[in-house]
Design a protein around this ligand. Structure first.
Ligand SMILES: Cc1cc2nc3c(=O)[nH]c(=O)nc-3n(C[C@H](O)[C@H](O)[C@H](O)COP(=O)(O)OP(=O)(O)OC[C@H]3O[C@@H](n4cnc5c(N)ncnc54)[C@H](O)[C@@H]3O)c2cc1C
Length: 388
């Protein structure tokens, strides 16, 4: 059976839903085609089930891309306030958790129901459990899925990246980009825990569950947030953030007591110079189990000023070379993707293939942790939706 539309949106995630509702509101006949049994599954599990749906301090600097300027236009044209207006229109209760991060008070379901409702009101036709077999371009785009055939002059690819395959993630977006001759920036897992090398694992991973406030640096970036020791390595917001910048083989520098002088009392002879006083000095900054373990493994070379100064430097610059990451199974997002040079920054439309759009995570734009990835999905989706 062939069905004719003005636009076909592939993928009913955050970006696809937003794009479809914006285009529908403008009177376009839109088909939103989703492989899973329902739309917005990743939204439902996001933010621990409460969906960190945006960040009020959203700036272009919160995004990683081979072209750091690309996202500016879309982010300026659909802002956190625009999404918030939608949330408030639907009377969804929300709160700011920390650092501008907005979460639902009740559940992420509120956001999915809001987007589905907006799509319904805009006349969008949602096809779930619809697996795409083939996409062709004749005089228009043709999408084949089982017995169904969809046709439209515009095609929007919103199928996300390969992170969390058990949620139904696929590489269809990259396959379509290649099919139509668009370049791809090497995809890699991002916002992902580190796995430590065997020796470090033996040293630290029995402390799984211990967390500390640290500043983590790599590749000229620094994040000051919590770090968590896991059974296989390191996680927590500080580690997830830096993982998006990390390349295999690089060391990350961990400041265990940012902005503080840990050995001051010992150096100034206000406290005795021995392992007991050193431990209690470090307990002011780190959980005692981590402080003790770390000191056992990194004792001062001597209890003289130079030895203490060296220890101070190491406390602020603990170098760890992760063996790797937990990969796509645990990565919140995929960095890399469709090269932004291929797309117009205003509408996300392919420069080579008019009528073909890429939005959301499939594009080489990746947000920091804290609601930025959804803001990119809303912004890129809305810009494409308004151009259809
Ligand atoms: C556990 C977790 C928690 C997160 N929490 C947050 C958060 O709180 N705040 C935040 O900003 N970001 C969060 N993120 C990131 C955020 O979920 C993504 O950045 C965002 O969902 C990307 O939107 P998208 O529409 O591009 O892709 P997706 O949401 O992944 O949607 C893609 C859709 O395409 C469908 N699809 C894929 N292949 C096919 C195919 N072949 N045929 C048809 N359909 C297909 C998928 O089923 C899916 O519904 C989280 C991610 C994870 C994994």
């Amino acid at each position: 059976m062939t069905q004719q539309f003005d636009a076909l949106v592939l993928g009913g995630g955050a970006a696809g839903l937003m794009c479809a509702l914006e285009a529908g509101k403008r009177g376009r006949r839109v088909a939103l085609i989703e492989r899973a049994e329902r739309a917005g599954k990743k939204i439902l599990i996001s933010g621990g089930g409460r969906c960190n749906f945006t960040n009020i301090h959203c700036r272009p600097e919160n995004f990683i891309s081979a072209n750091p300027h690309f996202a500016k236009s879309a982010l300026a044209r659909y802002t956190p306030s625009d999404f918030l207006a939608l949330v408030e229109k639907h009377r969804i209760p929300y709160h700011e958790k920390t650092l501008g991060q907005l979460f639902c008070d009740r559940s992420a379901r509120d956001i999915v129901e809001m987007l589905e409702g907006e799509c319904r009101d805009a006349g969008v036709r949602l096809f779930v459990k619809t697996s795409i077999q083939e996409v062709l371009r004749t005089t228009e785009f043709v999408v084949r899925a089982g017995e169904m055939e969809f046709r439209a002059p515009a095609l929007v690819v919103a199928t996300g990246g390969p992170s969390i395959p058990k949620m139904g993630a696929t590489e269809l977006g990259y396959d379509l980009a290649r099919q139509f001759g668009l370049a791809i920036r090497e995809p890699r897992p991002a916002l992902v825990p580190f796995v430590l090398a065997p020796e470090d694992r033996d040293h630290y991973c029995d402390l799984a569950g211990v967390s500390a406030d640290v500043a983590v640096s790599c590749a000229d970036q620094q994040f000051r947030e919590k770090m968590l020791i896991t059974h296989r390595g390191l996680s927590g917001p500080a580690i997830l953030q830096i993982s998006s910048y990390w390349k295999p083989g690089q060391a990350v520098a961990i400041d265990l007591a940012p902005g503080s002088d840990v050995t001051e009392a010992l150096r100034k002879l206000k406290a005795a110079r021995n392992i007991t006083t050193m431990r209690s000095a470090l307990h002011n900054f780190l959980p005692s189990r981590l402080a003790n373990r770390w000191l056992d493994l990194n004792p001062p070379s001597a209890w003289i000023n130079s030895g203490l100064a060296e220890l101070e430097r190491t406390v602020h610059n603990w170098k760890v070379i992760p063996a790797g990451t937990e990969g796509y199974d645990k990565a919140e997002v995929t960095a890399g993707g469709v090269d932004t040079n291929e797309l117009s920054a205003k509408a996300m439309e392919s420069r080579k293939v008019p009528g073909l759009f890429f939005i959301g995570e499939v594009v080489d734009v990746t947000g920091h942790l804290g609601g930025f990835n959804f803001q990119w999905a809303w912004a890129s989706g809305a810009c494409a939706g308004r151009a259809l």
